[in-house]
Design a protein. Sequence first.
Length: 448
Amino acid sequence: MKEGEIVTIMGHTGCGKSTLCLTFNGIIPHAMGGDLKGKVVIDGLDIMEHDIPELARRVGMVFQDPETQLFSVTVKSEVAFGPENLMLPREEILERVRWALEATRLKGYEERAPTKLSGGEKQQVALAAAMAMRPRILVLDEPTSELDPVGTRKIFSLIKELNKKYGITFVIIEHKEEAIQLSDRIILMKEGRVIGQGKPSQVFSDIKSVKESRVRVPQISQLFYKLKERGLDLGRIPLTIEDAYLLLKDLLKEGKAEDIPVEVNKREKGSQPVIKTENLFFQYKNGPVALKGINLEVYQGEFVAIIGQNGAGKTTLAKHFNGLLKPTKGDVIIDGMNTKDALITDLAKTVGFVFQNPDHQFFSFTVEEEVAFGPRNLGLSDEEVKNRVDEALSTVGLEKMRQRHPFTLSRGQRQRLAVASVLAMHPKMIVLDEPTTGQDEVAINQIM
């Protein structure tokens, strides 16, 4: 990779993207066990001959799970930690903190506790902390996986600004198509190998490699793949609507669009809602009011999406459905049970919950045992437990990994394992807090 490049590494979950990037700052091989062959040179330094502290001055890294690198009591102290260890003057440390927080839309969060922030906000803090170090190379492992579209655009715009203004080299692991437009070069990986690389327009013209890597292809490019398959080859595959317009404008002819009837999948509502909230308010201890007068009803068999910006209160609301949080004011009725009076164990039998961070709900030594834990505690027979485990693992595509330790899986695979653990319980309701975070195109379609 050349100095000043923005390079995005793409590929299916578990293909080795994160493992590759952990060699760039020496975590592999100096802090993780395993066998390393070949050579990695970072800014002229062979990683085998230099330790992590020395490499860390040159390479900043934002991990896929931001909670693994946040440990300070306030956002301000978290971002200041790196520059403090460089022994910079106090005024410069404060200036770097101010700049990094403003750049990542965290101005006003200085005294907030990182543990009290939403998943997307934690990711922004981790990015701010890395930026404050002003490294020559920044490795970002899915930096926008838990950000809303506004946050995603802001971060990618910021990456471009930092690259142009300071010449920082960026290595980005990402599934989102917005990263394609940002990148000077794309590297495609499959099962631990590089199977394609080049400029975005070149890489996405190679349909075979793109399909093999199972990356999420921009919708406009998918359309042109179909056109190419049907004989309309325009020479290259566009990545944006603007690019597609330029390609098509000479071919477009006046014509009348036909109205095509669309069938809507209508579900019959049950007579009584299975989830009901009445004037729901919730305030965290010594924190802001997160929910303000929520009234909603969800009926049996409905598929309901709760959407909103990071910090809007989506996760806080969802945690009321299985009793993890109790209302400050108002009521939450789940299948006839008021959560103020019901036991969490009773609610858990009715409502399955998949956390935004899957690592919060793992404790077994194998994938199979993790999925079997819930059904076994329901008192089911060994045969029924086995059937449920087989069914759940097959549904999420992890049937070949049943003897693996959960924490040896990739983030995307761990997310699917969390889904499988809940599916095996056969609950009446399932609450999924961002279940497609870190998933490739195939896995997203499989889960949904």
